[in-house]
Design a protein around this ligand. Structure first.
Ligand SMILES: Cc1cc2nc3c(=O)[nH]c(=O)nc-3n(C[C@H](O)[C@H](O)[C@H](O)COP(=O)(O)O)c2cc1C
Length: 227
């Protein structure tokens, strides 16, 4: 797939077909993504691939934990600011209400909102769940590297005709995930990801959040074209 097409056609997919993804396909995606750049080529990312029993056990355990809110589930890092402000709060709200609007979930419908939130923990029915980890002894630059790796995984998946949803929703449940996958407690869970074949008939997958114009985030310091 053309790289521009891969970039512009990727979207977070929140309904997947049950069709299995061969292990060789997941391996091919990771084999491509490992060419992601990293400062001094340290390649700090670690990824755990779950399918079948491992995927199902984690999905069940985290769904149960998420339906019984308790103070013990905290993310290891704060993905979002503790105090929101414009323009970011406006964009966040537009994204949330755009998604829920597509699903016909109205403001105040806590039951359907929570049900949609819980869909994260069955990987939106995707057959493969990925978890990305980082050694916290590394520094901020390695988070940058890992982000590029994660985007590379998503684009490589596109190239193989697969769809993804990156998921911060898993972050509070890092202890459960690490326990099931026998991952050292000291590693930091960066994010989860659903991977599979998109259900193109699912209405939720029709939602495509708008992007701000390029000139909103770009300042040009370039020579004027010569007449
Ligand atoms: C690191 C990261 C974490 C995310 N976590 C979630 C999540 O937990 N659940 C979810 O449904 N979407 C999640 N998203 C998807 C974003 O909502 C989505 O990327 C954004 O709205 C832009 O839409 P698009 O990916 O379809 O272009 C996450 C995205 C990123 C990059």
């Amino acid at each position: 797939m053309d790289v521009i097409k891969a970039l512009t056609s990727r979207g977070s997919t929140r309904a997947f077909l049950p069709d299995a993804v061969p292990k060789a396909t997941v391996a091919a995606i990771l084999d491509a993504a490992r060419f992601a750049p990293s400062g001094s080529n340290i390649q700090p990312w670690q990824v755990h691939v779950t399918q079948g029993t491992a995927r199902n056990t984690i999905a069940d355990a985290v769904t149960l934990a998420a339906t019984q809110p308790s103070a013990e589930h905290h993310p290891e890092y704060t993905y979002y600011p503790s105090t929101w402000y414009e323009p970011y709060i406006g964009r966040r709200r537009a994204c949330g209400w755009g998604l829920y609007g597509t699903l016909g979930i109205v403001k105040g419908d806590h039951i359907r909102s929570q049900a949609q939130e819980l869909r994260n923990f069955c990987f939106f029915d995707a057959p493969v769940g990925l978890f990305f980890f980082l050694d916290p002894k590394l520094s901020v630059g390695s988070w940058l590297d890992t982000g590029m790796f994660i985007q590379s995984v998503m684009l490589a998946a596109q190239g193989h005709g697969l769809a993804t949803c990156p998921q911060a929703a898993w972050l509070p449940f890092h202890r459960i995930i690490k326990a099931h996958l026998q991952i050292p407690l000291e590693l930091t869970l960066v994010c989860g990801m659903s991977l599979g074949y998109a259900d193109r008939n699912a209405i939720v997958n029709q939602y495509r959040p708008e992007r701000i114009d390029t000139d909103t985030f770009t300042t040009w310091h370039v020579d004027k074209p010569q007449p």
